[in-house]
Design a protein around this ligand. Structure first.
Ligand SMILES: NC(=O)c1ccc[n+]([C@@H]2O[C@H](COP(=O)([O-])OP(=O)(O)OC[C@H]3O[C@@H](n4cnc5c(N)ncnc54)[C@H](OP(=O)(O)O)[C@@H]3O)[C@@H](O)[C@H]2O)c1
Length: 112
């Protein structure tokens, strides 16, 4: 968001991408008014190749080039307690906890 604002208030045309259209529309509405540049929303999921191709096609149809590309999409993995008094307690917190699972790691790293 801060990168979007920094570029747009300095005159850049900025495309923002995310999965949630409402969030994107809020950014356009809140930060896209009365500025030298402009902000444009494209809804899409960057873990989906079809969506990436669609986003590419949409921007290609409107622009001759992209000057700066910021890949910053991210999700947080499940929150785990990292403080522990013993190694056993740490194992219990970080490994045995049901929230600590391969699916959660894969979801997080797939996005990154
Ligand atoms: N904030 C921190 O303290 C911190 C620290 C270290 C690293 N980071 C990393 O910095 C990056 C940005 O963090 P942030 O705090 O700005 O996070 P944020 O406010 O949650 O923003 C993440 C953005 O990524 C979008 N996104 C998530 N999954 C997506 C997907 N599959 N396709 C398209 N867009 C997707 C989200 O929108 P939708 O959910 O609508 O898709 C959201 O706009 C992340 O990679 C994060 O892991 C943050």
């Amino acid at each position: 968001m801060m990168a979007t604002q920094a570029f747009a208030v300095n005159g850049a045309k900025v495309y923002i991408i995310g999965r949630t259209k409402e969030k994107l529309d809020t950014v356009v509405k809140t930060y896209g008014k009365d500025i030298p540049g402009s902000i444009h929303a494209i809804q899409g999921d960057i873990t989906d190749k079809k969506d990436i191709a669609r986003i590419y096609d949409e921007i290609k149809s409107k622009e001759k080039f992209v000057s700066v590309l910021i890949n910053n999409a991210g999700i947080s993995s499940n929150t785990l307690t990292t403080e522990a008094k013993t190694a056993e307690e740490m194992k219990s917190n970080l490994f045995d906890n049901a929230d600590s699972n391969i699916e959660d790691w894969v979801d997080t790293y797939r996005t990154k």
